[in-house]
Write a protein that binds this ligand. Structure first.
Ligand code: EPU
Length: 429
């Protein structure tokens, strides 16, 4: 079991190149299973969630080749089964996109219910509602979900009472070959939804309206593929390093980003007194020696609102800000578990229902704390960067599920971070 050891108090300065978007890559790789020919995908992040999904696709029969750094060629024409019920399928959340992909390819799908980060119940009722509207019958037995649309498979209509990223992408993929025009209303609008739609369209699908709240998918007989596609930069990875620059009162340039996607964060940062400068594909975040970072209030919301996947990291920003700041988590029912760990680092945070209240600025101190989930783990690293002393963060594989070269990128800009064996494990040996 690996841990990170971080000596706090270093000012981070320099450039960080942002990798391809995790959540776009996962949607796109699963979506590639509907193609009738091969495709090449560039800017694929080298992270373990992507590796697991590629292995699940290999087990379905897909032929997948690494064709360069961050570039893969996927040939789904060798896929032979609509069943994926092994343990790997349960180990990541995004395997649920194979429900839509296999339904579209075989009009049948049989999958283990997906896992992923634990922040309360993570229902998939909206995905199922969409599949049902397309004629699919469903059954959940012993943790395995079966969809069958062999008797009738046609376009559907999904109105979501809550905009779900997963259901939007899944139903969009499922509808690519369903006869007629499927309509998704109150669709989620995250950049990675647009990216999955762009990928499918370039490969030969017919999807209109991705990025708005109404998406129309016209079913086509074949999706020929035989094209290249490059994945967008990761909005959450970029946001995490932007916050790292601010909390350490440093000067960080994130490169290979789409500044428009970063606005929910950069606008907030500006309002807090943090200096933001932007170019076509870069953003500089800096804090001068006399600058005061002022507290503010955040509320997580579907895009273009403030992303829930930056909530734990932004809470660390509130820890260094002057005044009372509030963080309202309005997407997930239970995404504050990491705050208990943060309190062990001397953070003074009060939780009132869905709102965490921080009275800053606070001097955090080192402790041995776990990475409870992907983004919470990244937040613990940010906390450690500003804490007095050396913090040990355990279970760091959780962080590497979603951040490519995390340690190397931080070291490059001056963080004192090393990887070692979990100290308690060593003591036990
Ligand atoms: N919801 C339902 N029913 C559904 C689906 C969702 O009620 O059928 C509710 C959820 O309970 C939640 C809200 O809708 O309250 C939003 O859930 P959504 O479906 O949008 O989340 P997801 O698709 O399961 C993706 C990302 C998450 C990210 C959320 C929200 C992937 C693989 N995961 O999850 O990313 O937090 O959207 O933006 O794309 C991460 O990257 O760390 C991560 C957890």
């Amino acid at each position: 079991m690996a841990s990170y050891f971080i000596e706090g108090g270093k000012r981070l300065v320099g450039d960080i190149k942002i990798s391809g978007s995790k959540n776009a890559a996962l949607g796109i790789i699963a979506a590639s299973m509907v193609l009738d020919g091969p495709c090449t995908i560039d800017n694929v992040p080298l992270i373990s969630d992507v590796d697991v999904l590629l292995n699940i696709c290999r087990k379905l029969g897909a032929t997948i080749k690494q064709s360069g750094e961050g570039s893969i060629t996927i040939d789904p024409t060798t896929v032979t089964t609509y069943e994926s019920t092994h343990e790997m399928t349960r180990s990541i959340r995004a395997s649920y996109y194979l429900l839509g992909a296999l339904l579209s390819r075989f009009q049948k799908a049989k999958l283990t219910m997906p896992g992923g980060c634990d922040f309360g119940t993570r229902p998939i009722n909206l995905h199922i509602q969409g599949f049902r509207s397309m004629g699919a019958k469903d059954e959940l037995k012993n943790g395995i979900i079966t969809l069958d649309a062999t008797a009738e498979y046609h376009s559907g209509h999904l109105y979501m009472d809550q905009a779900s990223v997963g259901a939007t992408i899944n139903v969009m993929i499922a509808a690519t070959k369903a006869p007629g025009t499927t309509v998704i209303e109150n669709a989620a609008r995250e950049p990675h939804i647009v990216d999955v739609a762009n990928f499918l369209n370039i490969m030969g699908a017919s999807i209109k309206g991705a990025g708005t709240d109404t998406i129309r998918i016209k079913g086509v007989d074949r999706i020929p593929g035989n094209q290249h596609y490059s994945i967008i930069p990761d909005q959450i990875e970029a946001g995490t390093y932007m916050i790292a620059g601010a909390v350490t009162r440093g000067n960080i340039v994130v490169r290979n980003v789409i500044p428009k996607h970063m606005e929910p964060l950069s606008m907030k940062m500006k309002s807090m007194g943090i200096q933001i400068e932007e170019g076509d594909d870069w953003i500089r975040v800096s804090v001068g020696s006399n600058d005061v970072i002022k507290a503010t209030n955040f509320k997580t919301m579907p895009y273009p609102g403030f992303p829930t996947d930056l909530q734990p990291q932004a809470l660390i920003l509130l820890c260094v800000a002057e005044g009372i700041g509030k963080m309202h988590e309005a997407v997930w029912a239970n995404r504050f578990q990491y705050i208990e760990e943060l309190k062990r680092m001397n953070a003074d945070v009060t939780i009132a229902g869905p709102i965490a209240i921080v009275n800053g600025p606070q001097q955090l101190t080192s402790a041995r704390v776990p990475a409870r989930d992907l983004r919470a783990g990244a937040a613990m690293v940010l906390a450690a960067l500003i804490a007095e002393g050396t913090t040990e963060i355990t279970s760091v594989r959780t962080i590497e599920r979603g951040y490519q070269d995390f340690v190397a990128k931080l070291q490059k800009v001056g963080a004192a971070i090393t990887v070692g064996e979990d100290s308690e494990m060593l003591e036990r040996e």
